[in-house]
Design a protein around this ligand. Structure first.
Ligand code: GLN
Length: 451
């Protein structure tokens, strides 16, 4: 049924870069055979899933939305992919994304944009717009996203779906093509809170192959998603994440959701996090710095594309020609910013300063979590904007990540949950919940209360 749905709508939505229906049907048949033989099946047996094209899956291309990786076939499965297969999930295919996960609209994909199923002239968010759109268009009930500065939460917010960024280190980065290693975190995407929790349970947990993986039990996310009990919970509304630039309809739905949490017995307090205002500036130095280092491996020798390799060029010229042809404008912009910020003369002024700001944001969170169990804010200041509206203006595009970036810099658990439609445009609004590291279950408790 899901493959039929993909065939019917994906030409218009553009959620998938690669669909392997035959293999998906084989996986489904494998589950049927196990059931028929009376064998045990995995916890998500037979459930179709859409995988963001930044995670490796043997037998399928991994492009990261870039021409530089066109045709590259990975030799191993990401830990997440392997855990999905072990859980008997049926993988439908790989979803579209901004090139190397840089963007907030999926317009930076080298393979064309994904469209928001709520309004095909609008963006589905980014970088994980493909995964979110596949859910919103009912092409898949589950999807995997990755979040570096909001790429799970912002697409969830603008497509009316659920997106969870687990605590940094809670889900494995092994086999995830790195954008910014200190920020990247894969997580579950779904249409409702319980589905997300069931997927979370399958993908999270310690992985010895990821050196930053946390060796701790997965918090009771499914229990929390089924309970939704927020009675007595202390929830902080971040006063710094509202005001100018936030759409009235977004704030209306947000305030209603906070009132609902109070009605359900949560204690609501206002909390100030004074350094959040510097988050965006710090992130857009740290993230490009790490990505300029991580993307150096795309050197025309090791992976994918090679241009100018006709014997007439030096290795350096082949590398330059390949990068010129293979990387899009946003990727080049960030490599240049990151290389500059890390260079000897500017390291202290830019990268060093940004790391200090990161510490101040972590302290803001620590102080806040001494007072409250969880924090809430809008997930994005505005609803889905029009395709083409911000693509020429990188700063306007970056401003979409205002609310999601603090949790990325701090590495704590964070999520976006749908809280209705903005009255002015009828488009989905998301509420962000943030919880201390390893308290991912609190996200689900609040999300379920709002459902
Ligand atoms: N929009 C942010 C950026 O462009 C977030 C990206 C992400 O989380 N991968 O960097």
């Amino acid at each position: 049924a899901h493959l039929d749905r993909v065939a019917a709508v994906d030409e218009r939505v553009g959620a998938f870069l690669h669909v392997d229906g035959e293999r998906a049907l084989q996986q489904a048949a494998g589950v049927d055979a196990k059931v028929a033989a009376g064998e045990a099946v995995g916890p998500l047996a037979g459930v179709p899933l859409a995988l963001k094209d930044v995670l490796t899956y043997v037998g399928a291309p991994t492009t990261c939305g870039s021409k530089v990786l066109e045709g590259w076939l990975p030799p191993y499965n990401a830990t997440i992919t392997q855990r999905l297969l072990d859980a008997d999930v049926v993988i439908l295919g790989k979803t579209n994304m901004d090139e190397f996960a840089m963007g907030s609209s999926t317009e930076n994909s080298a393979y064309g944009p994904t469209r928001n199923p709520w309004d095909l002239d609008r963006i589905p968010g980014g970088s994980g717009g493909g995964s979110a759109a596949a859910l919103a268009a009912y092409e898949a009930p589950l999807a995997i996203g990755t979040d570096t500065g909001g790429s799970i939460r912002q697409p969830a917010s603008v497509t009316g779906t659920v997106g969870i960024k687990p605590t940094y280190g809670a889900s494995s980065r092994y086999g995830l093509v790195a954008l910014a290693s200190s920020l990247d975190q894969p997580g579950p995407c779904a249409r409702n809170v319980e589905d997300a929790a069931l997927l979370h349970q399958v993908i999270a947990g310690h992985d010895p192959r990821d050196s930053t993986s946390i060796d701790a039990p997965v918090p009771p996310v499914v229990e929390a998603a089924r309970s939704g009990d927020v009675k007595g919970m202390k929830i902080g509304v971040i006063t710094d994440l509202r005001g100018e630039g936030y759409a009235p309809g977004v704030m209306q739905r947000f305030d209603e959701a906070v009132t609902k949490l109070a009605d359900l017995g949560a204690e609501i307090v206002e909390v100030s996090c004074p350094h959040f205002q510097y988050g965006l500036a710090a992130y857009y130095l740290i993230m490009p710095s790490e990505c300029s280092s991580n993307l150096a491996k795309f050197d025309a020798m090791r992976f994918g594309l090679r241009v100018g390799d006709d014997g007439a060029f030096s290795a350096e010229q082949v590398m330059a020609a390949t990068r010129e042809a293979g990387f899009g404008a946003e990727v080049k912009r960030r490599i240049i910013i990151g290389t500059y910020a890390l260079s000897a003369g500017y390291y202290d002024a830019y990268y060093g300063q940004a790391q200090k700001v990161r510490t101040m944001i972590i302290r803001d969170f620590e102080a806040a979590f001494e007072q409250v169990d969880a924090l809430v804010s809008p997930a994005t200041p505005v609803t889905a904007f029009k395709i083409g509206e911000k693509i020429e203006d990188p700063l306007a595009m970056y401003a979409n990540d205002l609310c999601t970036i603090p949790s990325s810099l701090a590495g704590n658990a964070s999520a976006s949950f749908p809280i209705g439609l903005a009255p002015e445009d009828g488009l989905p609004v998301g509420l962000q919940v943030m919880a201390p590291p390893l308290a991912d279950d609190r996200l689900y408790r609040v999300g379920a209360a709002l459902e």
